[in-house]
Design a protein around this ligand. Sequence first.
Ligand SMILES: [Zn+2]
Length: 54
Amino acid sequence: MENKTEKCVLCEAETGVEVNTPWFLRKHYIENSGQLCDECYHEIAKNKPWHDLA
Ligand SMILES: [Zn+2]
């Protein structure tokens, strides 16, 4: 069976993170928001506090 991967919640870029990966093993995962790509994560991390995310 083919594993699906998460897309970035902001730009829909492929993150390469398999959907069944537990959150604590993921990179760039934000609780209550979802999976971000590397780019968006760093963009947000430097511009916004986490609680500003929808
Ligand atoms: Zn993104």
